[in-house]
Design a protein around this ligand. Structure first.
Ligand SMILES: Nc1nc2c(ncn2[C@@H]2O[C@H](COP(=O)(O)OP(=O)(O)OP(=O)(O)O)[C@@H](O)[C@H]2O)c(=O)[nH]1
Ligand SMILES: [Mg+2]
Length: 348
């Protein structure tokens, strides 16, 4: 599918368009064109009205079938925009949800994604229906309200039901962790921004054979394996972080994220191949997710095979100013993994 990517930024704000393009690639979309505007959000179209018309022309000339916004849109903005440009308009969160839905292989992942989808939908149901009805049957609002209420209640009941199921999933995970602890295992979780190389590192140190690719959110479900050279240490691969992770998504993936928060040690992986501002942004996002929990963290700088020696020194120095004792590695090439294992053993 061909898509147009749009981003509105407030003055001085960093662009997220490149990341949006990576998300779009993950869904196998081709980026036909991009459009940016620096201004405060407009209540009607999010971007300015003139810019919205420009978008409509761009959609037509580039034969795009969908528009994706880097910003969160209200249902009525998405609705108005799609009427103006003639194709569906979605935001980054919908894109992330679709990726999660596509990646969800296990029953547990499906539960979590369904929970996330409905939590996203619930506060928007009324506005969505209102936006639809105001065009199709102006003046007939009253009649539909009852049906909206029925639907709203149904979604709420579904959510309560899913919450119960997810709770039992979390309990099962907790019991497994306790059992492992009783048997003398130490639990180490691999965490970090999506695509930083968590699964590659898991594969390098264990017999996990986890799926690895250059797309986002390849891993949704944790996978735990013993380290080949230290059988009493269990490594867990986890779902990646992303900027602006909405609370409903975090809530849905709570059981999964608990593998991180309740580990004996968290290895925070940073992608050395990112340019410095991007590297810092992702590091901050990851630290932010971890900050709420009193868990011990060691940081590794991965993919060092992709950068020059000078670049590595510069990035190491910068990271060492933000956190202590960063270990440079290449999970793909196996560089410096023995030193990394020493750091793990010293910290669990
Ligand atoms: N050159 C190089 N590439 C790496 C290294 N580690 C990982 N990669 C590549 O980076 C991409 C992402 O790796 P994954 O292991 O899937 O990353 P992840 O953190 O598990 O990603 P998600 O599960 O999608 O969040 C893949 O294309 C890997 O081959 C490394 O040390 N060097
Ligand atoms: Mg992975």
């Amino acid at each position: 599918m061909r898509v147009v990517l749009v981003e509105r930024r407030s003055p001085g704000e960093q662009s997220h368009l490149e990341e949006l393009a990576a998300l779009a690639r993950t869904l196998n979309y081709g980026v036909a064109a991009t459009l940016q505007q620096v201004r405060d959000p407009d209540p009607a179209y999010h971007i300015g009205k003139g810019k919205a018309r420009e978008l409509a022309d761009l959609v037509k000339s580039s034969k795009a079938e969908r528009v994706v916004f880097a910003n969160q849109l209200t249902p009525s903005q998405a609705f108005k925009l799609s009427r103006l440009v003639g194709v569906e308009v979605v935001d980054r969160f919908q894109l992330i949800l679709e990726i999660f839905a596509m990646r969800a292989g296990s029953p547990e992942a499906k539960l979590q994604v369904e929970y996330a989808r409905l939590s996203y939908e619930l506060p928007r149901i009324r506005e969505q229906v209102r936006a639809l009805m105001s065009v199709e049957q102006p003046g007939l609002m009253g009649g539909g309200e009852y049906e909206v209420d029925v639907y709203y209640d149904m979604v709420k009941r579904k959510l309560a039901n899913l919450r119960r199921k997810l709770k039992s999933v979390a309990k099962a995970r907790e019991q497994r962790r306790k059992l492992r602890h009783r048997r003398g295992f130490k639990l180490v979780a691999l965490a970090g921004y999506t695509n930083c190389g968590k699964s590659t590192l898991l594969n390098a140190l264990t017999a996990a054979n986890a799926e690895v690719d250059d797309l986002y959110f390849t891993t949704l479900m944790p996978r735990t394996r013993a380290i080949l050279t230290s059988r009493k240490v269990l490594l867990t691969d986890t779902v990646g972080f992303i900027d602006g992770l909405p609370p409903w998504l975090v809530e849905a993936f709570k059981a999964t994220l608990e593998e991180i928060y309740l580990a004996d040690l968290v290895v925070l992986i940073v992608d050395a191949s990112d340019p410095i501002p991007e590297l810092i942004r992702k590091f901050r996002v990851s630290r932010g997710v971890l900050a709420e929990y009193p868990v011990k963290v060691v940081t590794v700088l991965n993919k060092i095979d992709l950068i020059s020696k000078e670049d590595l020194e510069c990035k190491l120095e910068m990271l060492n100013n933000l956190t202590s004792a960063v270990v440079p590695i290449s999970a793909a090439k196996g560089t410096n993994l023995p030193a990394f294992l020493d750091v793990i053993r010293a910290n669990v």
